[in-house]
Design a protein around this ligand. Structure first.
Ligand code: EPU
Length: 317
């Protein structure tokens, strides 16, 4: 049942106007196209509004959770209680400082900027450092929160400072060498909200950078499925044992469960064939985990963030 009362609704509408929706199906807000309703889905315009929203929710004891563009997210069929907060698509300002003397470019980007937009900006100007992120569909905030990346690198490689709000919505700027970084993980204090990040890029040959980008994007398109997904589902247990190869060798390519399937193109992608429920995906996930564990003695751990309550998908009611 929704935790949002009529009073909460009035407060949220006064604060956010049309930028809040109620009982919003998360399948509309994730690249997977799966997920039950969020009690409230709030798109904040700026840091002041974000601060008021978080403080107001804390005062009312309403749970809240920040998500980005929903590209690495599986929401369970029962949906998410409380407020889901997204800095996208409004908080996407960018500031650029160029230091010609050392060929360095410092870009400060707000959390709601899409990672592809940041890559395009860098490419258009011949600034090297962001090509690792080409084709990753998330937001700057989402990428920073989980150290998004590819085989070519990760956001921690270029990030200098990050501004975040703590649980009480106090603003703090952190130098990234003070953060413990790991593969698809960053040790932010619990419940931090990423507000903006500063990356350091290098001036480079524009045409060469564009050539590299084109090759990289083509290779990625060949290797990755076109159907809706949340990207690679599992973390690679080690560089020698990529999850995609283990799942492939376990004979699971093309395995279906309801409307969810292991991609035939890349076995570490679970794809939504149209109308898949989170229940379908999670049952398939357990099947993959037990099959790979039985066959190779290796435990696969999701890379995708899984949120929300169990329940029934609306389609199956
Ligand atoms: N492989 C198979 N069968 C498959 C898929 C892969 O045998 O069905 C083998 C490949 O032949 C290759 C190895 O597994 O030898 C690794 O595959 P790939 O090069 O596609 O890279 P990956 O380790 O599966 C990682 C990232 C991707 C990123 C690619 C390319 C993880 C979990 N995945 O994939 O990131 O796009 O490198 O840079 O780190 C994501 O994070 O959502 C994501 C897709």
């Amino acid at each position: 049942m929704s935790l949002i009362s009529a009073d909460h609704k009035r407060w949220l509408q006064q604060l956010l106007g049309r930028r809040v929706c109620f009982d919003e199906p998360m399948r509309r807000r994730t690249t997977f196209g799966i997920g039950g309703p969020a009690d409230a889905y709030a798109m904040v315009a700026d840091v002041d509004e974000l601060t008021l929203l978080v403080r107001g929710a804390n005062q009312r004891s309403l749970p809240w959770r920040v998500v980005g563009k929903g590209s690495n997210l599986l929401v369970r069929d029962g949906g998410i209680r409380g407020i889901v907060i997204n800095p996208a698509p409004y908080m996407r300002a960018v500031e650029v400082e160029e230091d010609g003397a050392v060929d360095e470019i410092i870009i400060t980007a707000q959390a709601g900027l899409s990672l592809p937009a940041l890559c395009r900006l860098a490419l258009a100007n011949g600034w090297a450092g962001m090509n690792f992120a080409l084709g990753i569909p998330g937001s700057v905030g989402g990428a920073i929160s989980m150290n998004a990346g590819s085989a070519e690198g990760c956001i921690a490689d270029v990030l200098k400072t990050v501004t975040l709000l703590d649980r009480q919505a106090k603003r703090i700027t952190v130098a990234t060498d003070k953060i413990t970084w790991a593969y698809r993980h960053a040790g932010w204090p619990l419940d931090s909200i990423i507000v903006e990040g500063t990356v350091k890029l290098q001036a480079a040959d524009k045409q060469q950078l564009k050539r590299e980008a084109r090759q990289w994007v083509m290779a990625r398109k060949r290797r990755q499925p076109a159907e809706p997904s949340a990207g690679c589902f599992f973390k690679n247990p080690s560089p020698h044992n990529p999850a995609g190869r283990l799942i492939d060798q376990a004979g699971l390519k093309g395995q279906r469960l309801g409307k969810a399937a292991v991609s035939r193109r890349h076995a570490n992608f679970i794809v939504n064939l149209g109308g898949a429920s989170a229940g379908d995906v999670l049952t398939l996930v357990r099947l993959i985990q037990t099959t790979v564990a039985d066959r190779f003695g290796i435990a696969l751990e999701p890379e995708v963030v899984i949120l929300g309550e169990e329940g029934y998908a609306q389609e199956s009611l």
